[in-house]
Ligand binder design. Structure first.
Ligand code: FNR
Length: 375
């Protein structure tokens, strides 16, 4: 498939050796409008920046002189076997990053042995995306409830017939699409129809030219906790609430019978000045520790290293999600996505060995390996 990156100049895949390299390569050699849409965040980028820098302020307390020859990164997510506790976070209109869009994300995730969470706002239909992945490979689906609730009911009924989809992640942190200034400033003609598949609207709103606002106008802004029973009427799959940012809301999700939560602020693309997700995760652990034993807790936002995955697991997360670097990897098609999986796998294994850890499932929630004094 054609890559949007300048063919003369883009670095070969082998030259990309960490997650940031994928964003840098897109920034340098890719088209402006997709770059602004994919990597942008709200207002002053405070939450976006904090998501990353907070991981940098959490240190390890490594144990030494242990036999770390044989290790395993394998674990389970909502009952599904995966090679490591990493999800490709749901991201809309992945065709902005390359023609193969979500097909590359799905196929690359399958090759890496991890799960791709497919967005409601994808560039392809669910059926097309599933067809790009081996039948035996599990999938999660991210649901945006539509202002036209009938559409959501029909979508959930359609998903109900698809055994490959093992869970529904309901995103709740974006009742309105916020102002992502880079996306609004880059005024290129918007050919949303080029990118959109199933669930995307194509109505420029009155406030600006952002691709996010143009495509996100369908998202229900009157969704409340009272709507969970309505969602459950149309699906028997486990429900995970994505966008939890406080212990109080984590507790509500638990009380309402959800299978899990994703501690997320939408990668700083929703409320600017929301706390870094690492801080939210620690708040939940402090104020509502039962959440970690009675539900699966995921976290995303600024995770860029295998060592970040290890840190999240040591706090108690079942796994992490990574967004932007994977979207940028689509510019290198399935091989790019697979290569990024390999990088995370290698970094995670190295961090485990250097910390004296052989099995992630044995250190989940074990904060003796962490030093939080700078947080
Ligand atoms: C997103 N995110 C997102 N989340 C969601 O639930 N549904 C969606 O359709 C999208 N779309 C989307 C598009 C793009 C281009 C990005 C970058 C992000 C948020 C995403 O799932 C995740 O929460 C963050 O991307 C995680 O932060 P990092 O890893 O990008 O820092």
């Amino acid at each position: 498939a054609k890559s949007p990156l300048d063919p003369e100049q883009k670095p070969p895949l082998a030259a990309l050796i960490n997650a940031d390299d994928f964003e840098r390569s897109f920034e340098k050699y890719g088209p402006r409008k997709p770059w602004a849409y994919i990597t942008g965040a709200s207002n002053d980028l405070l939450t976006y920046d904090a998501n990353k820098t907070c991981w940098h302020k959490l240190w390890f307390r490594p144990r030494i002189m242990r036999d770390v020859k044989a290790i395993t990164t394998r674990t389970k997510m909502l009952g599904q076997e995966v090679t490591m506790p990493l999800l490709i976070a749901p991201m809309g209109i992945a065709k902005t990053a390359g023609d193969e869009g979500e097909l590359a994300l799905g196929a690359g995730a399958a090759r890496g042995g991890i799960i791709h969470v497919q967005s409601t706002a994808a560039s392809f239909s669910v059926e097309d995306i599933l067809a790009a992945v081996p039948k035996t490979h599990p999938y999660f689906f991210q649901l945006y409830v539509d202002r036209n609730r009938k559409k959501t009911e029909e979508l959930l009924q359609r998903l109900e017939t698809m055994d490959q989809i093992k869970a529904i992640f309901v995103t709740v942190d974006l009742p309105v699409v916020s102002k992502r200034e880079a996306d609004e400033r880059v005024l290129e003609e918007q050919k949303v129809s080029l990118y959109s598949g199933d669930g995307v609207t194509n109505k420029p709103d009155k406030k600006g030219g952002g691709l996010a606002r143009t495509t996100g106008g369908f998202i229900e802004w009157q969704l409340t906790w009272n709507d969970l029973p309505w969602i459950k009427r149309f699906t028997s799959k486990p429900i995970v609430i994505k966008g939890i940012q406080t212990a109080a809301d984590a507790k509500l999700a638990l009380e309402l019978g959800c299978a899990g939560i994703v501690v997320s602020n939408h990668g700083g693309r929703a409320l600017d000045n929301a706390p870094a997700t690492l801080l939210s995760l620690l708040e939940i652990r402090r104020d509502c520790p039962e959440v970690f034993t009675r539900m699966e807790v995921y976290v995303d936002g600024g995770v860029r290293r295998g060592s970040d995955i290890l840190k999240a697991v040591m706090i108690g997360a079942q796994g992490v999600g990574v967004g932007r670097p994977f979207q940028c990897a689509v510019a290198y098609n399935t091989n790019g996505v697979e290569h990024l999986c390999d990088i995370f796998q290698d970094e995670l294994e190295t961090a485990m060995r250097l910390c004296g850890v052989t099995d992630l499932n044995k250190v989940r929630g074990d904060m003796q390996y962490l030093n939080t004094s700078e947080l």
